[in-house]
Write a protein that binds this ligand. Structure first.
Ligand code: NZQ
Ligand code: ZN
Length: 388
């Protein structure tokens, strides 16, 4: 393991079909005023809202509703959440939903008592939170982002056409997260597979970096194999508990900081995908799938040995007698076939991207330097064109 690092993850996880039973005892750790954050109404349709509100009532809490968190939460909504939190002096923000809801809750937690514009402070200047932080708890209903056990909070600013993630420190991680795989059964297939690819790409963003032998890479190969296996079961039988629970657990480990240890990590697909999101508001995982094949084929020659290892260890390609280039290409082909098989969006046109947006999308893609090739503007344009 290269480098020096600290590993600590303060989020307490409750996992399994009975995990919501633990909410009441967790709530005892906080004051009476709860900001209940949720999205556009899926939790009202599938009954999760009623279950959570019953527990809040039994625990004697006063609930301040904060509904309507949209997919890819906006800075405008963030200001609204800050107002609710501050006016009511809430003791806990309870997020019930997917990554958007949980990210938003974290953004509110650091922004409510921020004395300047939180967008400028956290998303433009990327400063740390140095004011009061409201604790966040989470009941997860969509799997993919890892937001349940990390400090990420991605916010979209439609005026400036920027979608930016701030990765806060462990003082902003959810204090607890409740993960019931059955709560994800009602996800539409499009969202379900979008989340599957988000998980996969979180892993590849961290896997395709560095050349040393690192335990993190072996863990990631295991996570990818588990995800590929379970995803194939879940698309034909979405209520297969074994598959959905394994996927939920894989998603958490894919982005809870563990597998990044001792690695530089890439994140370029996410940088491009987020910029696509700022222009289209498309589902996060689909913005990643649409650009991935062009990106990975582009960087493959710069990290060839790792792509051969990926082919062999993740896709079970027999590499004997093959050139490295051929073995690596076969691995990427298998990855593409799997992506098509589970029904991902494989081009930008389908997400509403038009030729006139490409310059702006490239401009809004922050260049990351941890992968095998630091891209320049021209290369991003090429990747976007190939992805149309
Ligand atoms: O809003 P509701 O009505 O709840 O519907 C949501 C939403 O329309 C629906 N949904 C969620 N759970 C459901 C359900 N529908 C039926 N049954 C359920 N059980 O699914 C839709 C998408 O939800 P959303 O929360 O937007 O999806 P996701 O979890 O993919 O989150 C995406 C956001 O997370 C950010 C993304 O950029 C995006 O803004 N990310 C956060 C990260 C982090 N914290 O580390 C990292 C990721 O790379 C990502 O950038
Ligand atoms: Zn992601």
């Amino acid at each position: 393991m290269l480098g020096n690092f600290i590993y600590s993850n303060p989020t307490k996880l409750y996992f399994g079909e009975d995990s919501l039973d633990n909410l009441k005892s967790e709530l005892a750790n906080y004051g009476t005023k709860i900001q209940l954050v949720y999205g556009g109404g899926s939790i009202k349709k599938n009954g999760i809202y009623d279950q959570v509100v019953d527990i809040l009532n039994e625990a004697g809490k006063t609930v301040f509703e904060d509904p309507g968190v949209m997919p890819n939460p906006t800075v405008k909504k963030l200001y609204e959440g800050c107002r609710i939190a501050k006016e009511n002096d809430v003791d806990l923000i309870l997020a019930v939903g997917g990554g958007s809801t949980v990210d938003y809750a974290k953004a509110v937690s650091v922004s409510a008592y921020c004395e300047e514009d939180p967008w400028e402070k956290y998303y433009i200047r990327m400063e740390d939170a140095d004011n009061k932080i409201i604790p966040v708890g989470c009941v997860l209903t969509m799997v993919g982002t890892g937001s349940e056990m990390n400090g990420g909070a991605v916010i979209t600013n439609h005026e400036s056409k920027l979608k930016i993630g701030h990765v806060f420190g462990d003082n902003v991680f959810p204090k607890f997260s409740i993960l019931n795989p059955k709560f994800t059964y009602t996800l539409p297939k499009y969202q379900m597979v979008s989340g599957f690819y988000d998980i996969f790409n979180h892993i590849t963003e961290q896997y395709f970096s560095d050349t040393d032998d690192n335990t993190s890479d072996y863990i990631m190969e295991g996570l990818m194999r588990s995800l590929i296996y379970s995803s194939r079961i879940a698309i034909t039988n979405p209520e297969n508990y074994e598959a959905r629970s394994n996927i939920m657990w894989t998603a958490t480990w894919a982005l809870n900081t563990l597998v990044a240890k001792g690695k530089t990590t890439d994140w370029m697909v996410h940088m491009i995908g987020q910029s696509v999101g700022a222009y289209t508001d498309a589902a996060h995982g689909m913005t990643l799938s649409a650009v991935s094949m062009a990106y990975y084929r582009h960087i493959c020659p710069y990290g060839l040995a790792k792509f051969v290892r990926f082919a062999r260890n993740v896709w079970e390609i027999d590499t004997t007698g093959k050139s490295d280039e051929q073995a690596a290409a076969e691995g990427l082909e298998k990855m593409e076939n799997w992506m098509r098989e589970i029904g991902l969006v494989m081009n930008l046109t389908e997400l509403g991207v038009t030729e006139d947006m490409l310059e702006g999308i490239a401009e809004g893609s922050f260049i990351s330097e941890g992968g095998y090739k630091t891209l320049n503007h021209k290369e991003i344009i090429e990747i976007l064109r190939e992805s149309m």
